[in-house]
Design a protein around this ligand. Structure first.
Ligand code: NDP
Length: 452
């Protein structure tokens, strides 16, 4: 007898949210023969596909071209940038995102997942309502992700969020970016590269809290060299609309700055408004996230959550890995919990950052004998490009075991390079093994095999 003959519920699994985590969990569960529905009110693919990773990276590519033209001269190639068509970029981006939305639709269709369009609300621990219709499920998975968060201050209503940046009618001449996390430094680079006069104002003294301190200081300098006006130790106080239609941004104890637009990149919050968490006795913890155990189970035993709703890096590949773990645990009898160690990440700043493992400060707090290997240099390309860009690489090593605990880089292709380094670190590679690896010449990455 299969569990299909015990039709107590409409579905084995009802997933709320068809983003990276929700789509993966629903189609993998359906592939195991379970009856699955996923509810989504917006475009398929969630933040990553529609308002995050994908369109952001396309914008990063666009913003690099003007500097390429400048760099080309030193190589004997004369190129001139004769125009910038933001609307064409948006149209092409939208077309690509529609294509990806279609792929997500086919993935769900082919897996036999029922897609229910509309905003889903929890009714009780086994029931969900969408567009006035109720559905029951043995298990409910919350995968609704996050949305931009803006602190409250006078004039906040005049400000933009990253969501808006993907649909701006036109580019501002002058932009103030507030914050210094991933989204802030990425958008500052994009807008600066596209020719917008860009300020980056943040309350800390360095960008990118949580990253290796050396990397933070170095990338801050590199961003400034590219032309972004960095304003450390600037806490936003208010935004005032001036009669000319521009905005004056006031900071505590600092001079105000007049710009044409203000972009708030001050973090993200769980997208749980009207989800009905209270109907199943759930609420957000002090970090604004949903508490789960190692099986993604909330305090309501039939309700699970993953992705940006729970603690852990808010990264697409993490949400996907969590979804895979969830499916194995629930439907393949796995007792193995998600491994959150050594998760590599890249910040697509200009130049980009790639990082995996412990920062120097974290390593020194956890290990008694840490050796730091560091190399800073001008990449070969920039010997002719005329661009004064530098690269930084760091390896953090536990002297006792010789294990490489962390690798960090600022420089061209840092994300691409760090993916390979992450495999070595995940496999427990030692510094001696890095040294025994033959470099690929001439590359910047080979430096990781010769650090001394
Ligand atoms: P982050 O948490 O990375 O950064 C938030 C920023 O907002 C910090 O600089 C923080 O300052 C600042 N901030 C928060 N509250 C205030 C306030 N009241 N006043 C002034 N400044 C404030 O958030 P993001 O929104 O940039 O990104 C969210 C997450 O999305 C990232 O952590 C990452 O996991 C993911 N992401 C990943 C990307 C990638 O993989 N490339 C790209 C984009 C996002 P302070 O440091 O002082 O606290």
């Amino acid at each position: 007898m299969t569990d299909r003959q015990l039709p107590t519920f409409d579905y084995d699994l009802f997933v709320i949210g068809a983003g990276s985590g929700g789509v993966r969990a629903s189609r993998k569960t359906a592939a195991l023969g379970k009856k699955v529905a996923v509810a989504e009110a917006s475009a398929l693919g969630g933040t990553c596909v529609n308002l995050g990773c994908v369109p952001k990276k396309l914008f990063v590519y666009a913003s690099e071209y003007p500097e390429f033209a400048q760099q080309a001269k030193g190589f004997g190639i004369d190129m001139e940038v004769t125009g910038r068509d933001w609307v064409r970029l948006l149209e092409n981006k939208n077309q690509e995102i529609s294509r990806l939305n279609g792929i997500y639709q086919s993935l769900l269709d082919n897996a036999g997942v029922e897609l229910i369009r509309g905003h889903a609300r929890l009714v009780d621990e086994h029931r969900v309502e969408v567009n006035g219709k109720e559905y029951s499920a043995e298990k409910i998975l919350l995968a609704v992700g996050g949305r931009p968060y803006r602190p409250t201050f006078p004039g906040v209503e005049y400000t933009l969020t990253s969501d808006d940046m993907f649909f701006l009618d036109e580019l501002p001449n002058r932009l103030m970016v507030i914050g210094s996390g991933y989204i802030a430094v990425e958008f500052a680079g994009i807008m600066n590269g596209l020719g917008v006069s860009t300020w980056l104002a943040y309350r800390a003294n360095q960008v990118l809290r949580g990253f290796d301190d050396d990397i933070r200081a170095f990338v801050g300098q590199e961003i400034a060299k590219k032309g972004v006006r960095t304003l450390p130790e600037h806490q936003i106080e208010s935004v005032t609309k001036l009669p000319s239609g521009t905005y004056s941004v006031a900071f505590t104890g600092q001079d105000p700055v007049e710009v044409d637009a203000v972009l708030m990149c001050t973090g993200r919050e769980a997208n749980v408004e009207h989800l009905g968490l209270d109907k199943v006795g759930l609420s957000l913890n002090e970090k604004g996230l949903i508490d789960v155990n190692g099986f993604f189970q909330t305090r309501c035993p039939s309700v699970y959550a993953l992705g940006d709703l729970i603690e852990g890096p808010a990264l697409t590949p993490v949400a996907i890995a969590e979804a895979m773990r969830f499916v194995s645990q629930q439907y393949e009898n796995s007792q193995t919990e998600m491994d959150y160690s050594d998760i590599p990440t890249a910040v697509f700043s200009q130049p980009p950052i790639g990082t995996v493992g412990l920062t120097e400060a974290e390593a020194k707090a956890q290990y008694s004998d840490v050796k730091v290997y560091r190399s800073e240099f001008k990449a070969m390309k920039h010997t002719l490009s005329g661009i004064n860009e530098r690269t930084l690489m760091k390896l953090i090593v536990d002297q006792q075991s010789d294990r490489v605990l962390g690798a960090h880089m600022v420089g061209e292709h840092a994300g691409e390079i760090m993916q390979g380094i992450a495999i070595a670190i995940k496999a427990g590679a030692t510094k001696a093994q890095f040294d025994a690896t033959i470099g690929i010449h001439p590359t910047a990455a080979e430096e990781f095999t010769t650090l001394s």
